[in-house]
Design a protein around this ligand. Structure first.
Ligand code: ADP
Ligand code: MG
Length: 265
């Protein structure tokens, strides 16, 4: 007999009929409408969609910065009411503090978590080691390349040991070569730390390389248009037949005229 997989019974994150609207110039604009999906523990989920389709809003809802207008966003079966260290966010632009050195940037979230400074620094050091930047503890932010800054941002987000890591186009500002090495690095880190990940990207190939599952949000207002699981092992060859088939389906979805596409897909 096959026992049900516990990870599949209790979703880590659940969107239940979520609608989000904003008041823009006294006009109520519905951004996300009736969005329902579940994300399970340790899944690496990539979210694709045109600019303005509400991807950052989805991450904001999970982070707890944004409240749904109706419906529920649940984390471990409870409504998300505020941001906390169980769900941390990495932005496209390196949100590091230029007045702190690299170690203190990573220790930042830990010191505000009522930990003693020594503990925070030890933890920060451990996570800098994890992203391969031990030699840069004393450096200033301006001494680091773009890719290194994003590794620091990821180390900082991981150092508080979140259950869910939220990444909003984290490699969008990097050159192609750095981006590819960061993708490999992130795959390694996630296999090791076993986090649940929501990763927003504009790149179909990046999603195909990284994701256990790909969601597409699009349309006006934004709805879930596509949800597929990718079983291929990593590292992935994007010429693999399964990935080529999924890629074609995604490109087909993204090219539908009613999608109000941004120009950058
Ligand atoms: P994406 O990340 O897919 O580009 P966003 O979630 O950032 O999309 O934004 C979706 C839409 O919601 C956009 O049209 C944006 O202008 C609007 N929007 C986002 N945040 C706010 C806000 N705080 N107030 C008003 N409108 C907003
Ligand atoms: Mg966005």
């Amino acid at each position: 007999m096959c026992l049900p997989n516990i990870k599949m019974i209790n979703p880590k994150i659940k969107f239940l009929n979520v609608t989000k609207s904003y008041d823009n110039n006294s006009k109520n604009e519905v951004i996300l409408q009736d969005l329902s999906f579940e994300i399970y523990a340790e899944e690496f989920v990539c979210i694709l969609g045109p600019s303005g389709s509400g991807k950052t809003t989805v991450l904001g809802l999970v982070a707890g910065f944004i409240k749904p207008s109706s419906g529920n966003v649940l984390f471990n079966s409870k409504d998300i009411i505020r941001p906390d260290s169980s769900r941390t966010l990495v932005f496209q632009e390196y949100a590091l503090f230029p007045w702190l050195n690299i170690l203190d940037n990573v220790a930042f979230g830990l010191t505000t978590k009522n930990h003693k400074n020594n503990y925070a620094r030890e933890k920060a050091s451990e996570y800098l080691n994890l992203v391969g930047l031990s030699a840069y503890e004393d450096h200033s932010v301006s001494q680091l390349s773009g890719g290194m800054k994003q590794r620091v941002a990821i180390a900082r987000a991981l150092a508080v040991d979140p259950e869910v890591l939220l990444l909003d186009e984290p490699f969008g500002a990097l050159d192609q070569q750095t981006r590819e090495s960061m993708q490999t690095e992130l795959t390694r880190l996630m296999t090791k730390t076993k986090k649940t990940v929501l990763f927003v990207t504009h790149s179909v190939d990046e999603a195909l390389k990284l994701a256990d599952r790909i969601l597409i949000i699009g349309g006006k207002p934004g709805k879930l248009l596509f949800d597929t699981t990718i079983a291929a092992t990593r590292p992935r060859d994007l010429n693999n037949y399964q990935l080529v088939t999924i890629r074609n389906k995604i490109l087909d979805k993204l090219s539908q005229p009613d999608l109000f596409m941004g120009s950058d897909i």
